[in-house]
Design a protein around this ligand. Structure first.
Ligand code: HEM
Length: 416
Protein backbone atom coordinates (compact mmCIF):
# COMPACT_ATOMS: atom_id res chain seq x y z
CA UNK A 1 0.00 0.00 0.00
CA UNK A 2 1.06 3.59 -0.61
CA UNK A 3 1.33 5.03 2.90
CA UNK A 4 0.68 8.56 1.69
CA UNK A 5 -2.60 7.55 0.13
CA UNK A 6 -3.91 4.93 2.52
CA UNK A 7 -5.92 2.51 0.48
CA UNK A 8 -4.14 2.47 -2.88
CA UNK A 9 -2.54 -0.88 -3.68
CA UNK A 10 -1.39 -1.19 -7.29
CA UNK A 11 0.45 -4.46 -6.63
CA UNK A 12 -2.56 -6.49 -5.50
CA UNK A 13 -4.09 -8.39 -8.47
CA UNK A 14 -7.48 -8.18 -6.76
CA UNK A 15 -7.40 -4.40 -7.20
CA UNK A 16 -8.23 -4.91 -10.90
CA UNK A 17 -10.88 -7.62 -10.82
CA UNK A 18 -13.77 -5.12 -11.03
CA UNK A 19 -11.95 -2.96 -13.57
CA UNK A 20 -8.93 -0.66 -13.59
CA UNK A 21 -9.00 1.61 -10.49
CA UNK A 22 -8.89 4.81 -12.56
CA UNK A 23 -9.75 6.98 -9.55
CA UNK A 24 -6.55 5.81 -7.83
CA UNK A 25 -4.48 6.64 -10.86
CA UNK A 26 -6.09 10.08 -11.12
CA UNK A 27 -5.16 10.78 -7.51
CA UNK A 28 -1.62 9.57 -8.08
CA UNK A 29 -1.18 11.73 -11.18
CA UNK A 30 -2.35 14.80 -9.29
CA UNK A 31 -0.94 14.24 -5.82
CA UNK A 32 1.96 11.78 -6.15
CA UNK A 33 2.94 11.41 -9.83
CA UNK A 34 6.19 9.68 -8.93
CA UNK A 35 5.80 7.84 -5.64
CA UNK A 36 7.48 4.98 -3.79
CA UNK A 37 5.04 2.08 -3.63
CA UNK A 38 5.81 -0.63 -1.07
CA UNK A 39 5.18 -4.27 -1.98
CA UNK A 40 4.73 -7.50 -0.06
CA UNK A 41 7.83 -9.67 0.44
CA UNK A 42 9.92 -10.88 -1.30
CA UNK A 43 9.70 -7.75 -3.50
CA UNK A 44 11.32 -4.53 -2.36
CA UNK A 45 8.77 -2.05 -3.75
CA UNK A 46 8.83 0.26 -6.76
CA UNK A 47 8.50 3.83 -7.96
CA UNK A 48 5.05 4.21 -9.52
CA UNK A 49 5.24 6.59 -12.51
CA UNK A 50 1.77 7.63 -13.60
CA UNK A 51 2.14 10.80 -15.73
CA UNK A 52 2.57 10.69 -19.50
CA UNK A 53 5.65 12.92 -19.68
CA UNK A 54 7.48 11.07 -16.91
CA UNK A 55 6.72 7.69 -18.45
CA UNK A 56 8.04 8.92 -21.78
CA UNK A 57 11.21 10.28 -20.17
CA UNK A 58 11.89 6.92 -18.51
CA UNK A 59 11.41 4.90 -21.69
CA UNK A 60 13.54 7.20 -23.83
CA UNK A 61 16.50 7.18 -21.43
CA UNK A 62 17.36 3.49 -21.49
CA UNK A 63 20.87 4.11 -20.19
CA UNK A 64 19.51 5.47 -16.90
CA UNK A 65 16.44 3.22 -16.84
CA UNK A 66 17.59 -0.19 -17.96
CA UNK A 67 15.50 -3.17 -19.03
CA UNK A 68 18.25 -5.67 -18.24
CA UNK A 69 17.11 -6.31 -14.67
CA UNK A 70 13.52 -7.14 -15.59
CA UNK A 71 10.83 -5.49 -17.68
CA UNK A 72 7.70 -7.61 -17.43
CA UNK A 73 5.49 -7.69 -14.36
CA UNK A 74 6.56 -6.84 -10.83
CA UNK A 75 8.47 -10.03 -10.04
CA UNK A 76 12.05 -9.35 -8.96
CA UNK A 77 14.53 -11.76 -10.54
CA UNK A 78 17.91 -12.88 -9.24
CA UNK A 79 20.93 -13.13 -11.54
CA UNK A 80 20.32 -16.80 -12.35
CA UNK A 81 16.71 -16.14 -13.37
CA UNK A 82 17.70 -13.07 -15.34
CA UNK A 83 20.26 -15.05 -17.28
CA UNK A 84 17.85 -17.86 -18.08
CA UNK A 85 14.64 -15.94 -18.75
CA UNK A 86 15.99 -13.02 -20.75
CA UNK A 87 14.22 -12.06 -23.98
CA UNK A 88 14.62 -8.91 -26.07
CA UNK A 89 12.26 -7.19 -23.63
CA UNK A 90 14.87 -7.56 -20.90
CA UNK A 91 17.80 -6.46 -23.06
CA UNK A 92 19.27 -3.00 -23.69
CA UNK A 93 20.96 -1.86 -26.91
CA UNK A 94 23.23 -2.79 -28.60
CA UNK A 95 22.37 -6.48 -28.01
CA UNK A 96 18.68 -5.54 -28.11
CA UNK A 97 19.08 -4.08 -31.60
CA UNK A 98 20.64 -7.31 -32.80
CA UNK A 99 17.76 -9.37 -31.38
CA UNK A 100 15.06 -7.11 -32.72
CA UNK A 101 16.56 -7.11 -36.20
CA UNK A 102 15.96 -10.85 -36.49
CA UNK A 103 12.32 -10.37 -37.36
CA UNK A 104 11.63 -6.63 -37.41
CA UNK A 105 11.06 -6.56 -41.20
CA UNK A 106 8.32 -9.13 -40.93
CA UNK A 107 6.46 -6.89 -38.48
CA UNK A 108 6.94 -3.60 -40.36
CA UNK A 109 3.93 -1.88 -41.97
CA UNK A 110 4.94 -3.38 -45.29
CA UNK A 111 5.69 -6.78 -43.75
CA UNK A 112 2.23 -7.15 -42.24
CA UNK A 113 0.48 -5.25 -45.06
CA UNK A 114 0.89 -8.24 -47.35
CA UNK A 115 -1.45 -10.16 -45.06
CA UNK A 116 -4.28 -7.63 -45.27
CA UNK A 117 -6.51 -9.60 -47.65
CA UNK A 118 -5.84 -12.80 -45.78
CA UNK A 119 -6.73 -11.20 -42.42
CA UNK A 120 -9.96 -9.88 -43.92
CA UNK A 121 -10.86 -13.30 -45.21
CA UNK A 122 -10.23 -14.89 -41.82
CA UNK A 123 -12.15 -12.12 -40.03
CA UNK A 124 -15.12 -12.79 -42.30
CA UNK A 125 -14.94 -16.53 -41.66
CA UNK A 126 -14.73 -15.99 -37.89
CA UNK A 127 -17.73 -13.64 -38.00
CA UNK A 128 -19.76 -15.92 -40.31
CA UNK A 129 -19.44 -18.68 -37.78
CA UNK A 130 -19.89 -16.61 -34.62
CA UNK A 131 -22.81 -14.52 -35.82
CA UNK A 132 -24.89 -17.38 -37.14
CA UNK A 133 -26.85 -18.15 -33.98
CA UNK A 134 -28.85 -15.31 -32.55
CA UNK A 135 -28.68 -16.50 -28.97
CA UNK A 136 -26.27 -14.94 -26.46
CA UNK A 137 -22.66 -16.03 -26.92
CA UNK A 138 -19.28 -15.21 -25.42
CA UNK A 139 -17.72 -12.51 -27.61
CA UNK A 140 -14.23 -13.30 -26.29
CA UNK A 141 -14.35 -17.03 -27.05
CA UNK A 142 -16.07 -16.73 -30.42
CA UNK A 143 -14.57 -13.56 -31.89
CA UNK A 144 -11.75 -11.71 -30.07
CA UNK A 145 -9.74 -14.84 -29.36
CA UNK A 146 -10.00 -16.26 -32.86
CA UNK A 147 -8.45 -13.69 -35.19
CA UNK A 148 -5.11 -13.07 -33.39
CA UNK A 149 -4.42 -16.76 -32.88
CA UNK A 150 -5.22 -17.67 -36.47
CA UNK A 151 -2.86 -14.98 -37.64
CA UNK A 152 -0.18 -16.21 -35.29
CA UNK A 153 -0.54 -19.73 -36.70
CA UNK A 154 -0.17 -18.23 -40.14
CA UNK A 155 3.04 -16.25 -39.54
CA UNK A 156 4.45 -19.20 -37.61
CA UNK A 157 3.13 -21.53 -40.36
CA UNK A 158 1.94 -24.02 -37.76
CA UNK A 159 -1.31 -25.95 -38.27
CA UNK A 160 -4.51 -24.07 -37.39
CA UNK A 161 -5.51 -27.10 -35.34
CA UNK A 162 -2.77 -26.13 -32.85
CA UNK A 163 -4.55 -22.82 -32.12
CA UNK A 164 -6.49 -24.02 -29.02
CA UNK A 165 -3.30 -25.41 -27.52
CA UNK A 166 -1.38 -22.18 -28.14
CA UNK A 167 -4.24 -20.16 -26.65
CA UNK A 168 -4.32 -22.30 -23.56
CA UNK A 169 -0.54 -22.08 -23.03
CA UNK A 170 -0.60 -18.31 -23.55
CA UNK A 171 -3.48 -17.88 -21.09
CA UNK A 172 -1.78 -19.97 -18.44
CA UNK A 173 1.47 -18.05 -18.79
CA UNK A 174 0.26 -14.50 -18.93
CA UNK A 175 -2.74 -14.90 -16.62
CA UNK A 176 -0.57 -16.41 -13.91
CA UNK A 177 -2.46 -14.56 -11.18
CA UNK A 178 -5.91 -15.82 -12.15
CA UNK A 179 -7.01 -19.13 -10.61
CA UNK A 180 -9.64 -19.47 -13.33
CA UNK A 181 -6.96 -19.65 -16.04
CA UNK A 182 -3.88 -21.06 -14.34
CA UNK A 183 -3.27 -23.65 -11.60
CA UNK A 184 0.12 -22.12 -10.75
CA UNK A 185 -1.18 -18.81 -9.37
CA UNK A 186 1.99 -16.99 -8.41
CA UNK A 187 0.72 -15.18 -5.32
CA UNK A 188 -1.21 -18.15 -3.96
CA UNK A 189 0.72 -21.37 -4.52
CA UNK A 190 4.38 -22.29 -4.36
CA UNK A 191 5.84 -21.76 -7.85
CA UNK A 192 9.49 -22.03 -6.78
CA UNK A 193 9.96 -25.10 -8.99
CA UNK A 194 9.15 -22.96 -12.05
CA UNK A 195 11.22 -19.92 -11.06
CA UNK A 196 13.37 -20.14 -14.19
CA UNK A 197 10.47 -20.21 -16.62
CA UNK A 198 8.85 -17.12 -18.15
CA UNK A 199 6.02 -15.98 -15.84
CA UNK A 200 7.06 -18.81 -13.44
CA UNK A 201 4.74 -20.98 -15.50
CA UNK A 202 5.03 -24.78 -15.69
CA UNK A 203 3.56 -24.81 -19.21
CA UNK A 204 6.65 -22.95 -20.48
CA UNK A 205 8.37 -26.34 -20.82
CA UNK A 206 5.56 -27.47 -23.18
CA UNK A 207 5.98 -24.27 -25.19
CA UNK A 208 9.74 -24.84 -25.43
CA UNK A 209 9.23 -28.47 -26.52
CA UNK A 210 6.81 -27.23 -29.19
CA UNK A 211 9.39 -24.64 -30.29
CA UNK A 212 11.97 -27.44 -30.57
CA UNK A 213 9.69 -29.52 -32.79
CA UNK A 214 9.09 -26.52 -35.02
CA UNK A 215 12.82 -25.89 -35.31
CA UNK A 216 13.51 -29.55 -36.17
CA UNK A 217 10.93 -29.42 -38.94
CA UNK A 218 12.49 -26.30 -40.42
CA UNK A 219 15.97 -27.74 -40.27
CA UNK A 220 14.67 -30.56 -42.46
CA UNK A 221 12.50 -28.39 -44.65
CA UNK A 222 13.01 -24.60 -44.46
CA UNK A 223 9.91 -22.40 -44.44
CA UNK A 224 9.36 -18.73 -45.18
CA UNK A 225 8.14 -17.67 -41.76
CA UNK A 226 9.03 -16.05 -38.45
CA UNK A 227 10.19 -19.30 -36.84
CA UNK A 228 12.58 -19.84 -39.74
CA UNK A 229 14.07 -16.41 -39.01
CA UNK A 230 14.68 -17.52 -35.41
CA UNK A 231 16.14 -20.85 -36.55
CA UNK A 232 18.55 -19.09 -38.90
CA UNK A 233 19.55 -16.71 -36.09
CA UNK A 234 20.28 -19.72 -33.91
CA UNK A 235 22.38 -21.38 -36.60
CA UNK A 236 24.35 -18.11 -36.99
CA UNK A 237 25.03 -18.04 -33.24
CA UNK A 238 22.92 -14.91 -32.60
CA UNK A 239 20.52 -16.92 -30.44
CA UNK A 240 21.51 -19.76 -28.16
CA UNK A 241 19.04 -22.47 -27.13
CA UNK A 242 17.53 -20.44 -24.30
CA UNK A 243 17.33 -17.25 -26.31
CA UNK A 244 15.53 -19.17 -29.08
CA UNK A 245 13.00 -20.52 -26.57
CA UNK A 246 12.41 -17.17 -24.94
CA UNK A 247 12.02 -15.39 -28.29
CA UNK A 248 9.51 -17.99 -29.43
CA UNK A 249 7.49 -17.71 -26.20
CA UNK A 250 7.56 -13.90 -26.34
CA UNK A 251 6.15 -13.78 -29.88
CA UNK A 252 3.54 -16.40 -29.08
CA UNK A 253 2.21 -14.53 -26.07
CA UNK A 254 2.68 -10.93 -27.16
CA UNK A 255 1.06 -11.54 -30.53
CA UNK A 256 -2.01 -13.16 -29.17
CA UNK A 257 -3.32 -12.02 -25.80
CA UNK A 258 -2.96 -8.27 -26.18
CA UNK A 259 -4.81 -7.98 -29.49
CA UNK A 260 -7.58 -10.19 -28.14
CA UNK A 261 -8.09 -7.88 -25.16
CA UNK A 262 -8.10 -4.81 -27.42
CA UNK A 263 -10.87 -6.23 -29.58
CA UNK A 264 -12.97 -7.20 -26.53
CA UNK A 265 -12.45 -3.83 -24.86
CA UNK A 266 -13.37 -2.08 -28.12
CA UNK A 267 -16.64 -3.97 -28.42
CA UNK A 268 -17.47 -3.29 -24.79
CA UNK A 269 -16.77 0.44 -25.19
CA UNK A 270 -18.99 0.59 -28.28
CA UNK A 271 -21.81 -1.20 -26.43
CA UNK A 272 -21.48 1.26 -23.58
CA UNK A 273 -21.43 4.22 -26.00
CA UNK A 274 -24.12 3.42 -28.57
CA UNK A 275 -23.90 6.89 -30.14
CA UNK A 276 -20.24 6.20 -30.98
CA UNK A 277 -21.16 2.85 -32.45
CA UNK A 278 -23.86 4.50 -34.56
CA UNK A 279 -21.38 7.11 -35.79
CA UNK A 280 -18.93 4.44 -36.94
CA UNK A 281 -21.68 2.48 -38.64
CA UNK A 282 -22.79 5.60 -40.49
CA UNK A 283 -19.24 6.71 -41.34
CA UNK A 284 -17.02 3.60 -41.49
CA UNK A 285 -14.13 5.65 -42.90
CA UNK A 286 -13.63 6.77 -39.29
CA UNK A 287 -12.73 3.27 -38.10
CA UNK A 288 -8.94 3.75 -38.43
CA UNK A 289 -9.15 6.79 -36.12
CA UNK A 290 -11.50 4.90 -33.82
CA UNK A 291 -8.97 2.07 -33.47
CA UNK A 292 -6.55 4.51 -31.83
CA UNK A 293 -9.20 5.46 -29.27
CA UNK A 294 -10.00 1.79 -28.71
CA UNK A 295 -6.29 1.17 -28.10
CA UNK A 296 -6.07 4.09 -25.65
CA UNK A 297 -9.21 2.92 -23.89
CA UNK A 298 -8.18 -0.75 -23.80
CA UNK A 299 -4.57 -0.37 -22.55
CA UNK A 300 -4.22 -4.17 -22.38
CA UNK A 301 -0.69 -4.00 -20.95
CA UNK A 302 -1.01 -1.91 -17.81
CA UNK A 303 2.67 -1.32 -17.18
CA UNK A 304 6.24 -2.26 -17.95
CA UNK A 305 9.20 -1.61 -15.78
CA UNK A 306 12.80 -0.51 -15.71
CA UNK A 307 15.60 -0.38 -13.11
CA UNK A 308 17.65 2.74 -12.38
CA UNK A 309 21.33 2.27 -13.24
CA UNK A 310 22.42 5.39 -11.32
CA UNK A 311 21.02 7.86 -8.80
CA UNK A 312 18.74 10.23 -10.65
CA UNK A 313 15.79 12.56 -10.24
CA UNK A 314 12.31 12.36 -11.68
CA UNK A 315 9.69 15.04 -10.97
CA UNK A 316 11.58 16.09 -7.86
CA UNK A 317 11.91 12.57 -6.44
CA UNK A 318 15.34 11.05 -5.88
CA UNK A 319 15.56 7.61 -7.45
CA UNK A 320 18.51 5.50 -6.32
CA UNK A 321 20.57 3.14 -8.46
CA UNK A 322 18.94 -0.30 -8.30
CA UNK A 323 15.39 0.98 -7.67
CA UNK A 324 12.55 -0.61 -9.63
CA UNK A 325 10.62 1.93 -11.71
CA UNK A 326 7.16 0.93 -12.95
CA UNK A 327 5.62 2.97 -15.76
CA UNK A 328 1.83 2.79 -15.88
CA UNK A 329 0.61 3.09 -19.49
CA UNK A 330 -2.95 2.67 -18.30
CA UNK A 331 -2.61 5.88 -16.29
CA UNK A 332 -0.59 7.88 -18.85
CA UNK A 333 -3.34 7.14 -21.39
CA UNK A 334 -5.73 9.10 -19.15
CA UNK A 335 -3.38 11.97 -18.37
CA UNK A 336 -5.50 15.11 -18.55
CA UNK A 337 -2.51 17.22 -19.60
CA UNK A 338 -2.33 15.25 -22.84
CA UNK A 339 -5.88 14.03 -23.49
CA UNK A 340 -8.73 16.52 -23.04
CA UNK A 341 -11.54 14.82 -21.07
CA UNK A 342 -9.56 11.58 -20.87
CA UNK A 343 -12.48 9.67 -19.32
CA UNK A 344 -14.59 10.26 -22.45
CA UNK A 345 -14.57 7.54 -25.10
CA UNK A 346 -14.46 9.52 -28.33
CA UNK A 347 -13.90 7.61 -31.56
CA UNK A 348 -13.08 10.88 -33.36
CA UNK A 349 -10.32 11.86 -30.90
CA UNK A 350 -7.40 13.40 -32.77
CA UNK A 351 -4.55 13.75 -32.05
CA UNK A 352 -4.41 10.57 -30.02
CA UNK A 353 -0.82 9.90 -29.04
CA UNK A 354 -1.58 7.07 -26.66
CA UNK A 355 1.18 4.95 -25.16
CA UNK A 356 -0.60 1.62 -25.43
CA UNK A 357 2.35 0.24 -27.44
CA UNK A 358 4.85 2.18 -25.36
CA UNK A 359 5.86 5.81 -25.91
CA UNK A 360 8.67 5.02 -28.38
CA UNK A 361 12.26 4.22 -27.56
CA UNK A 362 14.00 0.93 -28.29
CA UNK A 363 11.23 -1.35 -27.01
CA UNK A 364 8.28 0.21 -28.83
CA UNK A 365 5.93 -2.68 -29.56
CA UNK A 366 7.19 -4.81 -32.42
CA UNK A 367 3.64 -5.90 -33.27
CA UNK A 368 1.99 -2.46 -33.32
CA UNK A 369 1.30 -2.46 -37.08
CA UNK A 370 -0.12 -5.93 -36.89
CA UNK A 371 -2.32 -5.25 -33.86
CA UNK A 372 -3.69 -2.09 -35.49
CA UNK A 373 -4.41 -3.87 -38.75
CA UNK A 374 -6.16 -6.82 -37.10
CA UNK A 375 -8.31 -4.58 -34.90
CA UNK A 376 -9.23 -2.28 -37.79
CA UNK A 377 -10.21 -5.11 -40.11
CA UNK A 378 -12.22 -6.87 -37.45
CA UNK A 379 -14.35 -3.78 -36.76
CA UNK A 380 -14.61 -2.91 -40.47
CA UNK A 381 -16.09 -6.33 -41.05
CA UNK A 382 -18.20 -6.53 -37.91
CA UNK A 383 -19.89 -3.13 -37.70
CA UNK A 384 -21.78 -3.18 -41.04
CA UNK A 385 -23.32 -6.50 -40.08
CA UNK A 386 -24.57 -5.37 -36.67
CA UNK A 387 -28.25 -4.49 -36.30
CA UNK A 388 -27.95 -4.42 -32.52
CA UNK A 389 -25.62 -5.60 -29.78
CA UNK A 390 -26.03 -5.62 -26.02
CA UNK A 391 -24.48 -7.26 -22.97
CA UNK A 392 -26.12 -10.56 -22.02
CA UNK A 393 -24.41 -11.08 -18.67
CA UNK A 394 -21.59 -9.75 -16.53
CA UNK A 395 -18.20 -8.97 -18.05
CA UNK A 396 -15.49 -11.01 -16.29
CA UNK A 397 -11.98 -9.62 -16.07
CA UNK A 398 -8.66 -11.35 -15.64
CA UNK A 399 -7.24 -11.18 -12.12
CA UNK A 400 -3.94 -9.50 -12.87
CA UNK A 401 -1.87 -6.47 -11.92
CA UNK A 402 -0.22 -6.62 -15.36
CA UNK A 403 -2.75 -7.42 -18.09
CA UNK A 404 -5.98 -5.50 -18.44
CA UNK A 405 -8.03 -8.24 -20.03
CA UNK A 406 -11.59 -9.45 -20.37
CA UNK A 407 -11.94 -13.22 -20.11
CA UNK A 408 -15.70 -13.53 -20.73
CA UNK A 409 -18.20 -11.13 -22.27
CA UNK A 410 -21.64 -12.58 -23.04
CA UNK A 411 -23.43 -10.58 -25.75
CA UNK A 412 -26.76 -10.72 -27.52
CA UNK A 413 -26.25 -9.66 -31.07
CA UNK A 414 -28.57 -9.24 -34.05
CA UNK A 415 -27.34 -8.98 -37.61
CA UNK A 416 -28.91 -7.31 -40.66
C1 HEM B 1 -2.90 -4.32 -28.92
C2 HEM B 1 -1.96 -5.22 -28.92
C3 HEM B 1 -0.61 -5.00 -28.30
C4 HEM B 1 -0.25 -4.21 -27.24
C5 HEM B 1 -1.14 -3.33 -26.39
C6 HEM B 1 1.17 -4.36 -27.05
C7 HEM B 1 1.92 -3.67 -26.11
C8 HEM B 1 3.28 -3.70 -26.01
C9 HEM B 1 4.06 -2.90 -25.11
C10 HEM B 1 3.47 -1.91 -24.12
C11 HEM B 1 5.37 -3.20 -25.30
C12 HEM B 1 6.56 -2.60 -24.55
C13 HEM B 1 6.82 -1.20 -25.01
C14 HEM B 1 7.88 -0.49 -24.23
O1 HEM B 1 8.58 -1.09 -23.41
O2 HEM B 1 8.01 0.72 -24.43
C15 HEM B 1 5.41 -4.21 -26.32
C16 HEM B 1 6.55 -4.80 -26.79
C17 HEM B 1 6.54 -5.87 -27.66
N1 HEM B 1 5.46 -6.35 -28.37
FE1 HEM B 1 3.58 -5.73 -28.26
N2 HEM B 1 1.64 -5.25 -27.98
C18 HEM B 1 0.58 -5.66 -28.77
C19 HEM B 1 0.63 -6.52 -29.82
C20 HEM B 1 1.74 -7.21 -30.22
C21 HEM B 1 1.78 -8.14 -31.29
C22 HEM B 1 0.61 -8.49 -32.21
C23 HEM B 1 3.03 -8.62 -31.35
C24 HEM B 1 3.51 -9.60 -32.37
C25 HEM B 1 4.18 -10.61 -32.20
C26 HEM B 1 3.81 -7.96 -30.29
C27 HEM B 1 5.14 -8.17 -30.00
C28 HEM B 1 5.89 -7.42 -29.13
C29 HEM B 1 7.30 -7.63 -28.89
C30 HEM B 1 8.16 -8.71 -29.51
C31 HEM B 1 7.72 -6.65 -27.97
C32 HEM B 1 9.12 -6.43 -27.43
C33 HEM B 1 9.78 -5.36 -28.26
C34 HEM B 1 11.16 -5.00 -27.77
O3 HEM B 1 11.53 -5.31 -26.62
O4 HEM B 1 11.90 -4.42 -28.58
N3 HEM B 1 2.99 -7.11 -29.64
N4 HEM B 1 4.14 -4.48 -26.75
Amino acid sequence: MVDALGTIDLADPDSYVDGVPFAWFERLRHEHPVVWHPEPEPNAGFWAVTRYDDLTAVHMDWETFSSEIGAVGLEELDDEQLGIRKSMLETDPPRHTELRRICSKRFSARGVGVYEDWIREVARAVLDRALEPNEPFDFVAEISRELPIRFLCSIFTVPQKDAPQLISWGDKMIANQDPDLSAAVVDRVDTEAYRNFPFRSPVASDVFAYADRQRDQRLEEPADDVIQALVVAQSEGILDERAYHNYFALLMIAGNETTRHTISAGMLALMEHPEQLALLQAEPERIATAVEEILRWASPVMHFRRTATRDTELRGQTISAGDKVVTWYVSANRDEEIFPEPGRFDVTRSPNDHVTFGPGGPHFCLGAHLARLETKILFEELLPRLASVEPAGPVERIRSNFVNGIKRMPVRLRTH
